[in-house]
Structure formats: structure tokens, C-alpha cells
Design a protein around this ligand. Structure first.
Ligand code: SF4
Length: 207
């Protein structure tokens, strides 16, 4: 998703992650709040296999571990399922298999369904469609208030975004294959939809 915000951020994230600005206290607090919200939602979907609990930061192993779980028969629920296709790894907040169909859930502490949430879900859908080769429905779980959340079916919106996201993935893979840092000046994209991790580097503060 970084590449949708800025191709240079994608490049830096892959080739020069050490240049990231450490998270601010405010960002850390938002992340903690997001994790708490996600944990609350997850409780309603137990029993489930939590891939992140098993593997922690070993992201390279997520897809293989998930494949092993999906090889078993029967309905199941996975938290942070890793799916990988065409060198793109996505982590799905919640993946459910019911019969021969799959459901993808994106869990966000936001109260609004934003374009970036839809793009995120569409990226997951594109990769999942290739990996799972089965009917897929997409859902987003958003916060209503401190105690409640609501589940919305976004399958249609996500499927209609799939062609442009597929084209975007191809473009991003080309940028990475070229191995050259894109020349992009700072601008509004540095804060939208999220504050970029590389703002200090691009502002010349790390030189
Ligand atoms: S700080 Fe701005 S220009 Fe630099 S990588 Fe991030 S989004 Fe791109």
C-alpha cells in the first residue's frame, strides 16, 4: 500500500528501511488503540488460528504457514493470514473459510470507510483471488463507538477496484525491479492518507 501513496516510499521501504523515522508517541498511541480494537473484534470470531502469535515478526514465513493451515480440511478462521502472489505479500486481518468460499475482513479503528481502506482491501482481494482460486467476499469492520463496531460488505466496491489495483501492482514491481530510487519531491502525498515514515529522510534531516 505504500506504493499507492508514493513510489519513493515503496522503494525506500524495500531497499532502505533503516531510513524510517521512529514512530512518534502520538502514532504509537494510535497503533496501541488500533490493536486493542482489533483484539476486541477478534474475540467474537474465536476459535481461530492467530498467525501473528505463532510467527511474530518473521513475515517471510507467514505465507507458507498460512498455506499449511489452509491445506487442512474444514471451515476455519485465521488472524493475520499471509497470502503471497507475484512477490506481493498481504496480511489479512481475518480470513474465514466456509465450505469452498472465503471471507476477507479488514479491521480498522476508523469510523469512516475511506478510499485508502478500500484500496487496502482491494489489494488483499487481488492477491487472495490469485492464491485461493475460489469465491471471495470482502468485509470491513469499523468502529462505531468505544464499545461497538459494524461489519460492512464491500465485495462489490473491492471487485470494481481490482483491475486498477492489479495494474498498480505491476507498476510497483517495475519500480522495484529497476532498483533506482524514484526522484519525487515532497508534497501533499507525504501526509495523505498517512504520515510517511520517510519524511525526515526526504526533508534532508538525515543527511
Ligand atoms: S516523505 Fe513524501 S516524498 Fe518522501 S517517500 Fe514519503 S511520501 Fe514520498
Amino acid at each position: 500500500m505504500k506504493g499507492l501513496q508514493c513510489p519513493k516510499a515503496l522503494f525506500l521501504n524495500v531497499y532502505k528501511p533503516r531510513l524510517k523515522t521512529p514512530f512518534s508517541a502520538e502514532t504509537k498511541a494510535l497503533m496501541t488503540d488500533g490493536r486493542k480494537f482489533e483484539a476486541t473484534v477478534r474475540e467474537a470470531f474465536l476459535p481461530a488460528i492467530d498467525v501473528s502469535k505463532t510467527l511474530g515478526p518473521k513475515f517471510a514465513a507467514y505465507a507458507q504457514f498460512t498455506k499449511g493451515c489452509l491445506a487442512k480440511e474444514g471451515d476455519l478462521t485465521l488472524f493475520e493470514a499471509g497470502l503471497e502472489h507475484n512477490k506481493v505479500l498481504v496480511l489479512v486481518d481475518m480470513l474465514k473459510r466456509i465450505g469452498n468460499c472465503y471471507e476477507l475482513y479488514e479491521i480498522k479503528r476508523s469510523t469512516q470507510l475511506t478510499p485508502s481502506i478500500l484500496n487496502d482491501a482491494a489489494m488483499q482481494y487481488v492477491v487472495a483471488k490469485n492464491v485461493l482460486q475460489a469465491p471471495i467476499q470482502s468485509f470491513v469492520i469499523l468502529r462505531v463507538n468505544e464499545y461497538d463496531y459494524q461489519i460492512t460488505d464491500i465485495s462489490q466496491a473491492v471487485a470494481s477496484l481490482a483491475p486498477s489495483i492489479t495494474a498498480e501492482i505491476e507498476q510497483q514491481l517495475q519500480i522495484l525491479a529497476q532498483g533506482k530510487e524514484p526522484l519525487i519531491a515532497t508534497g501533499p502525498q507525504c501526509n495523505s492518507p498517512y504520515p510517511c515514515d520517510f519524511k525526515n529522510y526526504c526533508a534532508g534531516l538525515l543527511l
